[in-house]
Design a protein around this ligand. Structure first.
Ligand SMILES: [Ca+2]
Length: 285
């Protein structure tokens, strides 16, 4: 079966890479984690001196890599990169493990246009065919232009419908047409018309449609080079892409940063963890 999600560019074979239950757990952590952790943190922090609080916060961030917005980043990354088929598996695993529907939890923890877009993605209805339709690309580009640049205010639903339901190859063509019509890149229009996590999510989708390995290389770089290694993100991306496109991600990483992912892992992790990650990474180029 020639579908995009079966990988040919991975570094590891005969190893179960994509794990719906790992994704389900990450999503659960992302949408539930902050509230709970925050409560525990506040109860501790209210009984410590300011100097002690600073130390605790620093330790906490180093240990959990949980700066503001980490959860949304995880949610955005998973929902923007998984195929429809994978999303359906994630939803099933989520229900099996938590006895709650993914949609209900996303609904109760997010709001507004961000929620609408996440729910559309969680449904796993993005077109997966590799065929592109030029006429449709022209039509969608015009709809996007009329929904944003060409009117006062913005019709956010149109952005969600097109960016969350069309296939990535189709979107690529649509963005070319969009540039012809508006004389602007879709990224610039999204930045001008939308805001907050909704803007972040749609920019991630555009990035994935244009070049998913480059998007993930950037995420890995942030996870390694941010304040404290973000193991949550590192583990998820390395494991989930090891059978799919980690070779492409490695190539994009080198292209963007001038050094290999392998050397970045070496310099930013240690011990058994480093050994395991290097093995998954597979090579120093
Ligand atoms: Ca506008």
């Amino acid at each position: 079966m020639a579908s995009v999600w079966v990988g040919h560019r991975g570094t590891i074979r005969d190893y179960p890479g994509f794990s719906p239950s790992v994704d389900a757990e990450a999503i659960r952590k992302a949408i539930r984690g902050i509230g709970t952790d925050e409560k525990a943190l506040i109860s501790i922090l209210t009984e410590r001196t300011n100097a002690q609080r600073q130390l605790i916060v620093r330790e906490y961030q180093a240990a959990y890599g949980k700066g503001a917005g980490t959860s949304e980043h995880a949610l955005i990354e998973i929902l923007a990169t998984r195929t429809s088929r994978q999303m359906k598996e994630v939803s099933r695993a989520y229900y099996t493990v938590y006895k709650k529907s993914l949609g209900d939890d996303v609904s109760s923890e997010t709001s507004g246009d961000f929620r609408k877009a996440l729910l559309t993605l969680a449904d796993g209805r993005r077109d997966e065919s590799l065929k592109v339709d030029e006429l449709l690309a022209k039509k969608d580009a015009q709809i996007l232009y009329n929904a944003g640049e060409n009117r006062w205010g913005t019709d956010e639903d149109k952005f969600t419908e097109i960016l969350c339901l069309r296939s990535f190859p189709q979107l690529k063509l649509t963005f070319d047409e969009y540039r012809n019509i508006s004389q602007k890149d879709i990224e610039d229009s999204i930045k001008g018309e939308l805001s907050g996590h909704f803007e972040d999510l749609l920019l991630a989708i555009v990035h994935c449609a244009r070049n998913m390995p480059a998007f993930l290389a950037e995420r890995l770089h942030q996870a390694l080079k941010g304040a404290g290694t973000d193991e949550f993100t590192l583990n998820r991306i390395m494991v989930s892409r090891s059978e799919m496109d980690l070779l492409d991600i490695r190539a994009e990483f080198k292209k963007q940063y001038g050094y290999s992912l392998y050397s970045a892992i070496k310099s930013d992790t240690s011990g058994d963890y480093e050994v395991t990650l290097l093995k998954i990474c597979g090579g120093d180029d």
